[in-house]
Design a protein around this ligand. Structure first.
Ligand code: PMP
Length: 422
């Protein structure tokens, strides 16, 4: 079934050996944030214990060590994404800031009334709101690719929406709420054919398969460290050099300048131009350790393990009476989103019931309110998998859900008619 030694992987995650409410932890919320292996925790700890100083410009050895670690982390990211050069990889706070950076620099410099930004129904709020903000500021207009009932982008509709007015297409590679894997290579080819740029939100992809920004021919690519077994507060924006060179800076401050007078400032070359102020140095070190760790296991192996688990989980969940899975795309990552309709159980109650059993899942709109609207729900329950999950985790989830259904049936039998309230 899988060549991954899951027990050996789990042994490297201290948090997986803790308890919640006196029950062993079952962590099924990796789409929100992954846990960190010891090698990441130790890289960050070693940095704080023995390597920290502010970077760039320090003449003393410790500062040069910190600078080297930070820039080596950038080179690791560039290799990981197959960027043409490290300077095309900017450190940010996360995918959210990466997208905001493009919207407020490229967007404000290039968009004008009548221009169109094309998004998909599957987008996370962080790939919607920054574009709305720049659309309001520039007079550009947002258009939206529709999806089918399985949660897949309707590619013919997408092609119909493309026109010379389309300046940018921003789409996720994997939907956080449903797990749909989008055909981003095709999306990019079609967008380029009308002269539009493409930003790929890779937040939900990078931990599950190989990324090659040059093979994709992505213009911008965004992701977060904390969904890739790394720390929070660190993420990446990849951009093609000619685009980044032509964009105005994002924030002003130290490190992003070449020469400052009160009359005029000239800006540093890439990547400094987009990294004003002291960055999250330990975060970059932790992210590089996470990338090394993921690559030591192999992304193909991780992806195959998660696919195996997804098949098993889909089977087990489908057998639970009254449970409806939302998002049944042909190509999916390890995400299951569902609602309990018969008897109806509010997702919030479900999340609380599962938490009491030590099981972490996410409930709510998953920062995808337009997508929830498309499916006519306000929230779903979502279990999402990482490299450390195993069949026991899925069994614990399925057993707990069956108990919740049995409890709900009992209470609706006690309260006649209660089952009809949805
Ligand atoms: N895009 C997608 C698809 C996501 O799932 C997330 C996080 N849930 C983000 C963007 C934003 O990432 P972050 O909060 O780390 O900036």
């Amino acid at each position: 079934r899988t060549s991954l030694d899951v027990a050996a992987v789990r042994a490297q995650f201290p948090i997986l050996h803790t308890q919640v409410h006196g029950r062993p932890l079952v962590y099924l919320d990796s789409a929100a944030s992954t846990q960190q292996p010891l090698t990441v925790i130790e890289a960050v700890s070693t940095y704080h214990r023995a390597q920290h100083a502010n970077i760039h410009r320090g003449v003393y050895e410790l500062s040069q060590t910190a600078t080297r670690l930070y820039e080596e982390a950038r080179a690791t990211v560039a290799r990981f994404l197959n960027a043409a050069e490290p300077a095309e990889c900017l450190f940010t706070r996360g995918a959210t800031e990466s997208i905001n950076l493009v919207a407020s620099t490229w967007g404000r410099a290039n968009l004008k009334p009548g221009d169109e930004i094309l998004l998909s129904t599957l987008e996370h709020h962080s790939n919607i709101v920054p574009w709305q903000m720049v659309a309001q500021a520039t007079g550009a207009r947002i258009r939206v690719m529709p999806i089918n009932d399985a949660g897949e982008i309707l590619m013919d509709e997408y092609r119909r929406l493309l026109s010379p007015r389309t300046r940018l297409v921003a789409v996720n590679q994997v939907s956080n709420a449903l797990g749909t894997i989008n055909p981003v290579r095709e999306i990019i080819i079609d967008a380029h054919a009308v002269g539009a740029l493409v930003l790929i939100d890779g937040a939900q992809w990078v931990a599950h398969g190989r990324t090659d920004v040059q093979a994709l021919d992505a213009d911008f690519y965004a992701f977060s460290g904390h969904k890739l077994y790394g720390p929070t507060g660190i993420g990446v924006l990849y951009g093609k050099r000619p685009l980044l060179d032509a964009m105005p800076p994002y924030q002003g401050g130290g490190d992003m300048i070449e020469q400052v007078t009160f009359e005029l400032t000239t800006y540093a070359p890439l990547p400094g131009k987009f990294e004003a102020g002291t960055p999250n140095i330990s975060g970059a070190v932790g992210l590089a350790a996470a990338i090394d760790w993921v690559e030591s296991i192999g992304l193909e192996r991780i992806g195959a393990h998660e696919q195996d688990l997804l098949r098993y989980a889909t089977e087990r969940m489908s057998a639970i009476p009254g449970l409806t899975i939302k998002g049944t795309a042909q190509r999916k990552s390890g995400v299951l989103s569902w609602v309990m309709v018969d008897p109806p159980i509010a997702t919030l109650d479900l999340g609380t019931q599962l938490d009491l059993r030590g099981i972490c899942i996410r409930t709510g709109h998953h920062c995808c309110q337009p997508l929830m609207d498309r499916f006519g729900v306000t929230s779903t329950a979502r279990a999402s998998m990482g490299v450390y999950n195993n069949r026991d985790d899925i069994d614990r989830l399925a057993e707990a859900l069956a108990e919740c259904v049995a409890d709900a049936r009992r209470s609706s039998a006690v309260l006649p008619g209660a089952g009809a309230v949805a």
